[in-house]
Design a protein around this ligand. Structure first.
Ligand SMILES: NC(=O)c1ccc[n+]([C@@H]2O[C@H](COP(=O)([O-])OP(=O)(O)OC[C@H]3O[C@@H](n4cnc5c(N)ncnc54)[C@H](O)[C@@H]3O)[C@@H](O)[C@H]2O)c1
Length: 314
């Protein structure tokens, strides 16, 4: 089965790596491929790279037809996710919503059986309202997204589930928590880059600035492993899966995990948001039950793996 991975960044590169390690030859399609960053994750000989834009439906169609694609993993994203979408809502709406619709339509036309799309745990957090407690006779029955990024992710999930309901496509929406993991180039959102600065500071022996909020991280290798599980699981049940480490990580736990890998590391918890409220962790039972997802990386394992990768690269 040939898998097309749209977006070869932080998450897409790890999905490709897992598929290559399984003996498959995936196709990675990216508007601006970061070849050096990709080569730091997986051997360029193991996959096909297509330099194309998901907003160009003919290029997408061409890639699917030329490579006999049977399943699609869609991870393309605007730079800086939530912050990027607040700065340029139109670009984010276009890429996140129309990019996904292009993928779903192309899948429908070409008879691609399964589409796995990146959603986000922002849908567990950036919502407000719903005071009518689900009473559909009232206008504010359901909570609404409070950022452009979360609004696009809600649309993506709803559209995907309707393609599943009405067009026979098997759809999975992966609600990743903030993703941390090895990647050289630009990519991810603010939390991704924050985590990266912490690890890089520790490796260099500098003071590491720990985020002040409790967060439900996921390591990129776990996010990718869950995504690959979603390619194979049958049936997909309700199709939406929370993918995180399964718990909130407090700033103190983050600092302790860092100290375990870097004894004597100097850490400081960011002052500005020191009293930021913790959210409840998203439930990962659905992913566990339907996909068989069990996170392999807690904070200690994630920091150890990331640091080893950085050290190996000098
Ligand atoms: N990183 C996180 O913390 C996080 C958290 C939750 C959800 N997500 C979601 O996971 C997905 C993957 O995120 P990531 O961190 O790997 O992002 P990333 O920025 O590392 O990678 C995205 C890739 O998509 C490519 N791309 C952008 N526009 C494109 C287009 N029009 N056509 C083709 N390729 C295009 C970029 O060049 C980049 O290589 C995104 O949908 C994101 O919203 C990410």
């Amino acid at each position: 089965m040939t898998v097309l991975i749209v977006g070869g960044g932080l998450v897409g590169s790890q999905v490709a790596r897992i598929l290559v390690e399984r003996g498959e030859r995936p196709v990675v399609m990216d508007r601006a491929p970061q070849r050096e960053s990709l080569a730091a994750i997986l051997d360029p000989a193991g996959y096909e790279l297509v330099h194309a834009d998901v907003l160009a439906p003919f290029a997408l169609s061409q890639a699917i037809g030329a490579h006999g694609v049977r399943a699609i993993v869609h991870t393309a994203a605007n730079p800086m996710l939530t912050a990027g979408a607040q700065q340029d809502p139109y670009a984010a709406i276009q890429l996140n919503i129309m990019g996904t619709v292009n993928v779903l339509e192309a899948a429908r036309i070409h008879g691609v059986r399964r589409v796995v799309v990146s959603s986000s745990s922002v849908l567990n957090e950036y919502l407000a309202g719903g005071e009518a407690a689900g009473d559909l006779t009232l206008e504010e029955a359901l909570p609404r997204p409070t950022t452009f990024y979360s609004a696009t992710k809600q649309a993506v999930e709803s559209l995907g589930l309707n393609y599943a309901r009405h067009c026979g496509i098997e759809f999975a929406g992966m609600r990743y928590g903030p993703v941390a993991g090895p990647w050289l180039g630009a990519g991810g959102g603010e939390p991704t880059n924050l985590f990266r600065r912490v690890i890089e500071a520790a490796v260099r022996g500098e003071e590491a600035l720990i985020p002040a909020m409790s967060m439900q991280w996921v390591y990129s290798k776990d996010a990718a492993a869950a995504t690959v599980l979603a390619l194979g699981a049958a049936p997909l049940a309700n199709g939406i899966f929370n993918i995180t480490m399964g718990r909130m990580v407090t700033p103190e736990e983050f600092a302790a995990a860092l100290a375990a890998e870097f004894p004597g590391v100097r850490t400081r918890i960011q002052a500005a948001q020191a009293h930021a409220a913790a959210h409840r962790p998203a439930a990962i039972e659905n992913a566990r039950r339907v996909l068989g997802y069990v996170p392999q990386y807690g904070m200690r394992e994630a920091i150890r793996d990331y640091a080893a990768w950085l050290r190996a690269r000098g």
